[in-house]
Structure formats: structure tokens, C-alpha cells
Design a protein around this ligand. Structure first.
Ligand code: GZL
Length: 304
């Protein structure tokens, strides 16, 4: 990067424009759509030239995209790792090419924290804690829970499960009787819930790792002649519009928010990283929770 006029701030391209290579997971859910929109709009507002790729939820496609950004000599690479493992080789290639990497949304489990500058995203364990705490506070007696897990090996799936389990551990009468991945998609959630309804009698609660799988479960529950939100309690994570509408309508009972609007913070971090300024190793996203009443009040102002 050439030194800008007056020294000090490192410009990136000849005209000072920063080029970012962003390797997105895919377009699997309402959350992902909102996240992509946030990144693209924030890049434009920040004057950052964004190269964007959609990996259709395949790790090999994300690795190919990162490799192509290294070859194009972008100034900074950002990505949301679809799963936690298998990144060291390609991130070492970026490091050897002196291209800084920013993790957004999901984390990797690598021991080598020199492979990225910072991780901007939610605390998924806390999200699982919040989901289970609502269940403890709002139900009495034995609860048979079925769990719709996110993508196998993905940080949000691993940690939302962990966070939920560590809180229900204090209630031996609350038990996860079945748990399977629906891959964060509505169709996946529907298919798995159909199987649960056939195999597991007397389900009391569905804990879905995202709204989209919860909405799929609602379709399956209705098709089985049961009333979602009444015969079966449903707790989900994300708080995207379709989930909030179902919550306001009483089909979902509680939603833990996972904030997808990471774009602005990502671009600020990218400018600092390219300029060689210090950035925190971890930036945790602000987010809340919603009851049915809160969803009704919040819906009119929701951006996504
Ligand atoms: C969480 C994000 C998850 C969302 C899902 O930060 O990675 O991926 O919860 C999305 O909706 O598919």
C-alpha cells in the first residue's frame, strides 16, 4: 500500500480506495440475506470496493473464494466461516501474502489466532443460555424438547446447543429427547420436524437454532393437526421479520435476537486494519430477546 499524501494514513489502492474480498456462507436464511445486504450497503457507504462471493454453504467454495482474493491482492479479506475447522491452510496463504483477514458472524476453532486480526460476531453460547432461561422461567413441570440444530460443525450450531444445555442442566425434568440438523433452512427444519413428530410422542417444546427452521417446523406441526405455540412451545434464534411475524401471531413463543447488521462495524474494522491500527481481538454484537408482546411493538420498525 502506498503512503497517502502527508504520510501517516496508509492508502490502499493508488487512489486510496480499499478493496475487500468478502466470502459469504450462502443465502440459506433470512438472517443471511439481511447480513449480505448490510455488508454490501456498508461497503458502498464507506467507499470500500467490495468483491463478494456466495459459497452455497460449501466450505470448498469459501476456500476457493479466499484463494482468489489472495491472487487478486485485495487489501483485506473478510468471511463468515461456514464451519469451525479446516481454515488454517488457506488463511496461512493470506498471511504469507500480507493480506489481513477479519472473521465476521461465525468463528473458527484454530489455535493460531495470528491467522486473523479480529472476530466480529454474536456470543452464540449466550444466545443458547437466553433461550433455555426463558423456558425455565416460563414453564413448569417436565418438558420433552426436540432440537433443530444449525449446520453441523458451524459455530452457532455448536454454541447454541452448548448454551441451551448448560442452562437446562439445572432442571432434570427438562430433557432434549431428539436433536438433528436442519442446516439452518426452512425446508430442513420442516423435514426434521416431520420425522420428530412421527418418532417422538408428546413433544412439548421445539428449540430451533434459527427462525427459518422454526418456521419449517410450524408447517410440519400444523400438518400433524397440532397448534404451534400452544400444543407445542417454540423457541427460535435470529428475530428476522418472518420469525417476528410468527411470534406476534402466537405461533412462536420466544425469539432470541441474533443481529445480522454487521456491515458498518466490519467496514470500520477493515479501515483500521488496512491502516495498520490496533483493533480488539473480539468485537461482540449487541442483541436482545423478544416475547410475543415485544414482537408486536417492534415489528413496525424492524429493518429486516
Ligand atoms: C448466526 C448465523 C446463522 C443464523 C442463521 O450468526 O451464522 O446462520 O442464525 C444463518 O439464520 O443461517
Amino acid at each position: 500500500a502506498a503512503c497517502g499524501a502527508g504520510g501517516g494514513d496508509d492508502a490502499a489502492g493508488d487512489d486510496g480506495t480499499i478493496t475487500m474480498g468478502f466470502a459469504q456462507v450462502g443465502a440459506e436464511s433470512g438472517w443471511r440475506t439481511a447480513n449480505t445486504k448490510s455488508v454490501q450497503e456498508a461497503a458502498k457507504a464507506a467507499g470500500i470496493d467490495l468483491k463478494f462471493s456466495d459459497a452455497q454453504q460449501k466450505q470448498e467454495n469459501q476456500i476457493k473464494a479466499i484463494r482468489s482474493y489472495v491472487q487478486q491482492k485485495v487489501d483485506v479479506i473478510a468471511f463468515s466461516p461456514v464451519v469451525e475447522t479446516g481454515w488454517d491452510t488457506v488463511l496461512l496463504e493470506a498471511k504469507r501474502a500480507n493480506i489481513p483477514v477479519i472473521l465476521t458472524d461465525r468463528a473458527i476453532d484454530s489455535e493460531d489466532t495470528s491467522l486473523y486480526e479480529t472476530f466480529l460476531g454474536s456470543d452464540f453460547v449466550e444466545e443458547g443460555n437466553k433461550a433455555a432461561q426463558w423456558l425455565l422461567d416460563n414453564t413448569t413441570g417436565a418438558q420433552k424438547v426436540v432440537e433443530l440444530q444449525g449446520t453441523t460443525g458451524a459455530a452457532p450450531a455448536i454454541d447454541r446447543k452448548k448454551g441451551f444445555e448448560e442452562v437446562i442442566a439445572s432442571r432434570p425434568d427438562i430433557e432434549i429427547v431428539a436433536s438433528q440438523t436442519g442446516d439452518f433452512t426452512r425446508s430442513g427444519g420442516k423435514q426434521v420436524m416431520e420425522a420428530f413428530l412421527r418418532s417422538t410422542p408428546d413433544i412439548d417444546v421445539v428449540y430451533a437454532h434459527n427462525d427459518d427452521m422454526g418456521l419449517g417446523a410450524i408447517e410440519a406441526i400444523r400438518a400433524a393437526g397440532k397448534v404451534p405455540g400452544k400444543d407445542i412451545t417454540i423457541i427460535t434464534v435470529d428475530a428476522v421479520k418472518a420469525g417476528m411475524e410468527a411470534l406476534a401471531a402466537g405461533e412462536i413463543n420466544f425469539i432470541v435476537e441474533c443481529n445480522p447488521l454487521l456491515g458498518e462495524q466490519l467496514m470500520d474494522l477493515a479501515k483500521k486494519v488496512v491502516a495498520g491500527e490496533e483493533v480488539p481481538a473480539r468485537v461482540v454484537t449487541e442483541e436482545g430477546t423478544f416475547t410475543q408482546e415485544q414482537a408486536k411493538a417492534a415489528l413496525p420498525d424492524r429493518q429486516y
